[in-house]
Write a protein that binds this ligand. Structure first.
Ligand code: CTP
Ligand code: MG
Length: 388
């Protein structure tokens, strides 16, 4: 038994929004209002048991939307009024101790608001409502015109999710069976039983998308969120390792520089740092490795400088829409001493990669082939991002 069931009411027609589809199925920033609402609940971690209440005929659509949002939900048909829809949801909500009732139309409700409601229930409240102070000056209206100003400091606007001991909400709905029709507030029915309703802080982002202007505001907030997320998410990381043994008469080339002493053996110039960077870049983009890139044994690459392979890797990345953010390389070996020319190496490699490259050096404390001075190993990581 999960402790909390969530009823998401999405069976309204959306007359005031006027999109020609039930409001919860209207699109905002590439997804339906219902999907945004369910994603918000999923982000709050409160989706163990969800019932989505939708207009008759929209059950299959709603199941597909819930699946896209990563929420396993039961879907039931709603009724003519919001209260009828909540009652239909309650009938399908199982035996959880607590029930949250949430308007799909409050699609941008911050996860923290859901958590505040749940926390108040855990602390013993029987009914919990997120509320906001009223900011506008409010007057009574009558057929005769405008009446008195209402003191707004004593007014609160109600939001959702509202949380209840399930038994209390069921009792309230049974007690109000005939009279509940016009109620748009579940806590009001509980209060009518004489139970205390506990307020917690609401949030302006939990506004109910009701009019076209609300939908525009929600779409622009979601759009901003989407692009921020996209920029943050569309990055990849990769790792590359290469080892070359000392041998032959060629000069030592490493990290794009020429060094004193015997060079590294290899079909190319043996620049293990450049080769490791190539594999890190290709790995980040999921584009294979250096062997598949250029045919390392190809005669045209005999003695080729590491920069040739780095350039080829960058071209391939660019063709696939990727650009490097930064690269970090560590060189393992007894010689050359990287620290003596670190700045030069970083400058040369950064120019080659077109992004910051940091270089560090270490020994293996005499252990293994590298420790015996037989060669050099390089380990690189690369961060890449979508080029826009
Ligand atoms: N709702 C419902 N069943 C109804 C009426 C409303 O499930 N018969 C839900 C809506 O889908 C919405 C929430 O209750 O998530 C709040 O209702 P509201 O904002 O009034 O939505 P609609 O009734 O769809 O809009 P309108 O009143 O403009 O037609
Ligand atoms: Mg309505």
């Amino acid at each position: 038994m999960t402790d909390t069931a969530i009823i998401v009411v999405a069976a309204g027609s959306g007359t005031r929004l006027g999109r020609g589809v039930p409001k919860a199925f209207a699109e905002l920033a590439g997804a339906t209002i219902l999907e945004h609402a369910l994603r918000g609940l999923a982000a709050s971690g409160s989706t163990a048991s969800v019932v989505v209440v939708v207009p008759v005929g929209f059950e299959a659509d709603a199941s597909a939307i819930a699946a896209r949002a990563g929420v396993g939900a039961a879907v039931v048909a709603g009724g003519a009024t919001r209260a009828d829809s909540v009652a239909a949801g309650l009938a399908a909500a199982g035996d959880a101790r607590w029930v949250l009732v949430h308007d799909a139309a409050r699609a941008l409700t911050p996860p923290a608001q859901v958590e505040r409601v749940r926390a108040a229930l855990r602390e013993g409240a029987l009914a919990v409502v997120p509320v906001l102070p009223v900011v506008d000056t409010i007057r009574e209206a009558s057929d005769a015109g405008l009446g008195a100003i209402v003191d707004r400091s004593v007014l609160r606007a109600m939001q959702t999710p509202q949380g209840f001991e399930a038994a209390v909400l069921r009792r309230a709905y049974e007690a109000a069976a005939d009279a509940r029709g016009a109620s748009t507030d579940d806590a009001q029915l509980v209060q009518a039983l004489g139970e205390q309703v506990v307020p917690v802080a609401g949030d302006e982002l939990a506004f109910k998308i009701t009019t076209a202007a609300d939908a525009d505001r929600a779409a622009s907030l979601l759009g901003e969120r989407g692009s921020a997320k996209g920029a943050a998410m569309d990055i990849r990381t990769g790792v590359g390792v290469d080892v070359h043994g000392f041998g032959g008469d060629a000069p030592l080339r490493l990290a794009g520089l020429e060094w004193e002493g015997q060079g590294l053996a290899g079909h190319s110039d043996g620049d293990a740092v450049c080769h490791a960077i190539v594999d890190a870049l290709l790995g980040a983009a999921g584009l294979g490795d250096i062997g598949g890139l250029v045919g390392v044994d190809d005669p045209q690459h005999a003695g080729a400088a590491g920069s040739v392979f780095v350039r080829a890797a960058l071209e391939l990345l660019a063709e696939h829409g990727w650009t490097p953010v930064n690269v970090s390389v560590q060189v393992l070996g007894n010689r050359p001493r990287i620290g003596t020319r670190r700045d030069e190496a970083q400058t040369a490699l950064s120019a080659m990669v077109g992004a910051p490259v940091s270089v560090s050096g270490t020994t293996t404390d005499g252990l293994g082939a590298i420790g015996r001075g037989e060669g050099v190993q390089a380990v690189a990581t690369a961060l890449i991002r979508r080029a826009h």
